[in-house]
Design a protein around this ligand. Sequence first.
Ligand code: UDP
Ligand code: MG
Length: 139
Amino acid sequence: MVERTLAIIKPDAVSRNLTGEIIKRYEQQGFAIRAMKKVRLTKSQAEGFYDVHRARPFFGRLTDFMAGGPMVVLVLEGEDAVKRHRDLMGATHPKEAAPGTIRREFGTDIEHNVVHGSDSRESAQFEIGYFFSTLELQF
Ligand code: UDP
Ligand code: MG
């Protein structure tokens, strides 16, 4: 079924000039880019985005990192997009990610793992709405 997912090229990847390389992979895998922009979150906006992780020990560091520089956010659309995008990203820890995945190739460590992807249809809906308005999603 055709669905949408939210992708983030995280601040570590943007600062390392990996934006184009990562977008190229999304396109090569056949995803349609329905929306895309560069943003920098405040600390409280990063906390709101990662609200499900509020109680986790890494929450403070994660939200400092995500608010620490600009990121590129995209809405990807395609068949089975949530899972296919997660497969393309690889496991959370770059060392455990499969060869050829974005995190395996470019990730530094579990905190600096270059990309985010929604993990379900429900979280995709919340995450897309967090960044994009209806008007920004018309293409
Ligand atoms: N994270 C971290 N330490 C951990 C687990 C996660 O810093 O022990 C960070 C990491 O950047 C990860 C994000 O928190 O991408 C969200 O964690 P989640 O378990 O949702 O992983 P993901 O869905 O990004 O693979
Ligand atoms: Mg997650």
